[in-house]
Design a binder for this molecule. Structure first.
Ligand code: PGA
Length: 247
């Protein structure tokens, strides 16, 4: 089943979030899984709107400790109580702007799996790293570090989003063949950590970075891309509904 994840980032207020969620009821799911990730403060309200639908709820981040004196942080238990099943971890905007490290990403991934969440782990190179020919090394390093010490069983599911940092929010996606090649590199890194069967059964590999309703079908045609993480194009109901339809 393909998966389409909307990352609303910090773009919408409460009323805007409720209104956008309400207009997504006409989504043509077919065999697709759709996940919406609003800001923390809007999770409850958006969750209420989405309850009668098949759309699932995700958070944009989490903290790894279950409870305690961690001012400003939000635990996985708190997220579970408001209906979240998915959590984005290690988005490049957090790695770049907030100093989130591979070690922090790893702690969050492990905590998310223990709490029964599906983590959506973001990996990807900057433009400078790509220019320096470091893309594959970065993908292998980030993937391996994020999953250090992770033990899988048949129920655990992990999504890895390949997001070239320099493409996010630009309106210019990379070529689907380039996304597919990067996803092959990530798959090989996974096969060094887990059995081929676990990689096939427990992981979904998706692409993110300037995906729109008009370029989505070129990504869905790539055999190893099983979904997308969408920022800007998820903020407009008609655009997002078309995007889901065209996957
Ligand atoms: P974009 O964002 O679709 O606006 O490029 C993607 C993301 O940051 O996940």
């Amino acid at each position: 089943m393909s998966i389409i994840i909307a990352n609303w980032k910090m773009n919408l207020g409460l009323n805007e979030s409720v209104s956008l969620a309400s207009s997504l009821k006409d989504i043509d799911y077919d065999d697709k899984e759709v996940v919406i990730c609003p800001s923390f403060v809007n999770l409850i309200a958006v969750g209420e709107v989405l309850k009668p639908t098949r759309i699932k709820l995700g958070a944009q981040d989490c903290f790894w400790e279950p409870r305690g004196s961690y001012t400003g942080e939000v635990s996985l238990e708190q997220l579970k109580q408001v209906g979240c099943e998915f959590v984005i971890i290690g988005h490049s905007e957090r790695r770049q702007n907030l100093g989130e490290t591979d070690a922090m990403v790893n702690q969050k991934v492990k905590a998310a799996l223990v709490a029964g969440f599906t983590p959506i782990i973001c990996v990807g190179e900057t433009h400078a790293q790509r220019e320096a020919g470091e893309t594959d090394d970065i993908l292998i390093k980030q993937t391996t570090a994020a999953l250090e010490g992770v033990e899988l069983d048949s129920k655990k599911r992990i999504i890895i989003a390949y997001e070239p940092v320099w493409v996010i929010g630009t309106g210019n996606a990379i070529k689907p063949s380039e996304a597919s090649a990067a996803i092959s590199v990530i798959t090989k890194a996974l096969e060094n950590l887990f059995s081929a069967e676990q990689v096939k059964n427990n992981f979904s590999l998706i692409y993110g970075g300037s995906v729109s309703s008009s370029n989505i079908s070129s990504f869905s045609r790539e055999k190893n891309i099983s979904g997308v993480l969408v920022g800007g194009a998820s903020l407009d109901a008609e655009e997002f509904i078309n995007l889901v339809k065209n996957f």
